[in-house]
Ligand binder design. Structure first.
Ligand SMILES: Cc1cc2nc3c(=O)[nH]c(=O)nc-3n(C[C@H](O)[C@H](O)[C@H](O)COP(=O)(O)O)c2cc1C
Ligand SMILES: CC(C)CC(=O)C(=O)O
Length: 381
């Protein structure tokens, strides 16, 4: 057999590239594991402690079944959505994840280029290896770089300054992460003695003693991040910015109600990719309870464990307006930079489109809980 790179596509006679051999998210993860240094791969892949929730985030989706429908005209399936004033080509957004330059040369700048090309939103992490301004520039003139994820520092001035820079650079919403008073215990990071590779820094804080993490991530977060944050601080954040505020890391219906009471603009149902409280439920398991409380008052976004187009449908059916993906984009970025992230987003969106046709829906708005298979009561057949 010819080596992979020599293979020629019989039909189009076009040389296949490395990316053509990656046809689902799992392919990207396997390749990323081969090529990334162990310390980086383990940091990206790990959940906390025994990783019970990490497995559950993915496997709970498999337990939910979808109902195929027949003879519906699905010749015009569209995945376009409108969320917080943004027209997007897909309901799949990119979650904030830190330190992307361990995965590709230009890190967060590579990812934002991919998001622009696909027509979706990237959320930039506070703890990025490219600055707010660099990412805004990479996203192209005159177009918003996306949303910005905020960690609130003990020294509130640091967060305020960051918010000012984010506003100036044209980001269109703040995603306040509310599940990280301290960082979860990821065993591999302790075993590997995780640190940022030579030459990389947390670029948003380059002028402050906050740009390195020499004592390890847990110590960094415990020292710098304000663990006294409460719901009243949403009001504080509101008082310093006019940007829409989404809260990320809501897993309890009571917190969803509090979020609405505090007039947030959106709720992200997330367990931080299973990196915080191990044995918390999967996000897809709690989503319906949160959607029930929110009652459409604000958009609900789910992240955690989305690896296939059918997972996206299940989240939308159970009450999400959109989803975010974290690790799939990490693997895409590691394998192919901007092109790799584009490929991952396209794979998932194509899988979503195909599954939409199979369940007989043409538009994202038509996806509701009826598409979930539940044992019919014979009288209702
Ligand atoms: C390597 C890594 C770094 C992350 N960094 C951040 C971060 O800086 N801020 C944040 O709010 N969430 C962070 N997250 C959580 C993601 O935003 C998201 O909730 C999670 O990755 C979704 O799950 P998934 O990876 O299964 O798609 C991180 C997740 C990973 C895997
Ligand atoms: C640098 C880290 C604290 C970012 C993060 O939120 C994570 O690794 O889960």
């Amino acid at each position: 057999m010819l080596p992979a790179k020599e293979l020629v596509d019989n039909f189009s006679n076009k040389k296949l590239t490395k990316l053509d051999y990656h046809i689902n998210v799992e392919d990207f993860q396997k390749e990323a594991k081969n090529i990334l240094p162990k310390m980086a791969y383990d940091y990206y892949a790990s959940g906390s402690n025994d990783q019970i929730t990490l497995k559950e985030n993915e496997s709970y989706f498999d337990r939910i079944k979808l109902t195929p429908r027949s003879l519906v005209d699905v010749s015009r399936v569209s995945t376009k959505i409108n969320i917080l004033g943004h027209q997007l080509n897909t309901p799949i957004l990119v979650a904030p994840w830190a330190m992307q330059k361990m995965a590709s040369k230009e890190g967060e700048c590579d990812t934002v280029r991919a998001c622009k090309s696909v027509g979706t939103i990237m959320t930039l992490s506070s703890l990025a290896t490219c600055s707010v301004e660099e990412v805004a520039e990479a996203s192209g003139n005159g177009c918003s770089p996306g949303w910005f994820q905020l960690y609130v520092f003990k020294d509130r001035k640091i967060s305020e300054n960051l918010v000012r820079r984010v506003e100036k650079a044209g980001y269109t919403a703040l995603v306040l992460t509310v599940d990280t008073p301290f960082l979860g215990k990821r065993l591999a990071d302790f075993r590997n003695g995780f640190k940022l590779p030579e030459g990389l820094a947390l670029k948003n804080f380059i002028d402050l003693p906050l740009s390195g993490i020499d004592g390890g991530l847990n110590k960094y977060m415990a020292t710098m991040i304000d663990s006294s944050l409460t719901w009243k601080d949403i009001d504080w954040l509101r008082s310093i910015t006019k940007l829409p505020i989404l809260v990320k890391g809501v897993m309890c219906p009571r917190d969803a109600e509090l979020a609405c009471t505090h007039k947030v603009d959106g709720i992200i149902v997330s367990n931080h990719g299973a990196r915080q409280l191990d044995t918390s439920p999967s996000t897809i398991e709690v989503l319906p309870y949160i959607a029930q409380v929110v009652k459409g008052r604000v958009p609900v976004i789910l992240d955690g464990g989305i690896r296939r187009g059918t997972d996206v449908i299940k989240a939308l059916a159970l009450g999400a307006n959109a989803v975010m993906i974290g690790r799939p984009t990490i693997w895409g970025l590691s394998v192919g930079g901007t092109e790799g992230v584009i490929k991952v987003l396209n794979i998932l969106n194509d899988e979503l489109k195909l599954a939409m046709a199979f369940i007989g829906t043409n538009s994202i708005h038509d996806i509701n809980s009826n598409v979930i298979w539940s044992k019919p009561q014979t009288s209702k057949l």
